[in-house]
Ligand binder design. Structure first.
Ligand code: AKG
Length: 298
């Protein structure tokens, strides 16, 4: 008998327990390095997200619906799709939906370049429209609304589709979120969960194609509540425990400077532009250009 047989067997190296995901879906835990995460958090602490209403004077609630505030503070980069402008929704809803906004900071641009390259290497050409690149980012803050002595958990997003053409890339920071792709026949039918994925801190998710991007809806069902909130963010009366960035593509010709918007729509979004301008030289300049234009006409 060899001595070796009495020795404890060497354990096989631990493999990450990753299931093979179907075509159209990519998930990479740990995609954001710790230094990049720190840089993103430092950047987030310079932003002042806003609370938007879903409707406005010139886009009032349809019959049966009433004015409501979005469930979370948001910030957009590249272009701002104010909820009251009804979001970018081709083929019909393309004009005056996207207002020119601030550029991505270098740390996000670097990650975006990597994500685009992953998309080109993984997805079929037919699922990547000509000219596709990430030029739009929605930053969603998930957490608790603090109202007096009450803390209301609003960390969820109802089922919807992102209508911008091509793949969508999503980066997550903070507590993990349960993200679901669902099949939905109508508002009166219960949706059926097709696939769900926990989106962890520092992870990347990318989705594209007929099934995950075009056919299925997606939603955030809940966000864990196990760690500490993310501190130092400028979200008054709101405790944030997760931040998500979704990167999208809007063709440049559908992104319009504020000063070029028709007056009724300008009136609707002016209060938001003003609020953003309180902390952003970019938005101050955009409003300034508009005033310049008005006076130059006189
Ligand atoms: O927070 C997330 O993971 C997803 C956000 C989302 O669905 C969206 O921005 O459209």
């Amino acid at each position: 008998m060899s001595k070796i047989s009495n020795m404890p067997k060497a354990k096989p190296p631990l493999k990450p327990l990753l299931r093979p995901l179907p075509y159209g879906l990519i998930y990479k835990p740990g995609f954001i390095s710790p230094p990049a995460k720190q840089e993103i958090l430092d950047y987030l602490r310079t932003l002042y997200p806003i609370w938007e209403n879903r409707f406005s004077v010139h886009n009032p609630p349809p019959p049966g619906q009433s004015q409501r505030q979005l469930l979370r503070p948001v910030y957009w980069l590249g272009n701002w799709q104010f909820a009251c402008l009804d979001y970018y929704h081709p083929p019909k809803g393309i004009e005056y939906r996207c207002v020119t906004a601030e550029k991505f900071p270098p740390v996000l641009q670097k990650l975006v370049d990597q994500i685009e390259s992953i998309a080109h290497h993984t997805f079929n050409e037919k699922d990547i429209p000509r000219g596709w690149h990430f030029n739009t980012c929605l930053i969603n803050y998930y957490g608790h609304q603090l109202a007096g002595d009450k803390a209301i958990d609003v960390a969820r997003v109802g089922e919807h589709k992102d209508f911008e053409p091509g793949p969508v890339g999503s980066l997550s920071l903070g507590e993990r979120a349960l993200f679901q792709f669902v099949e939905s026949q109508s508002k009166n039918h219960q949706s059926h969960v097709v696939l769900q994925q926990w989106l962890e801190d520092s992870s990347l998710q990318l989705f594209a194609g007929e099934r995950f991007k075009k056919k299925l809806f997606h939603r955030v069902q809940r966000v864990d509540h196990k760690g500490e909130p993310i501190l130092g963010l400028n979200t008054e009366h709101f405790e944030t425990r997760r931040i998500n960035f979704t990167f999208r593509y809007v063709p440049d010709e559908h992104i319009t400077d504020y000063q070029k918007f028709p007056n009724p729509l300008k009136e609707d979004i002016f209060p938001y532009m003003k609020e953003l301008a309180e902390h952003s030289t970019f938005f101050t300049d955009e409003l300034g250009k508009d005033i310049g234009q008005e006076t130059s006409k006189v």
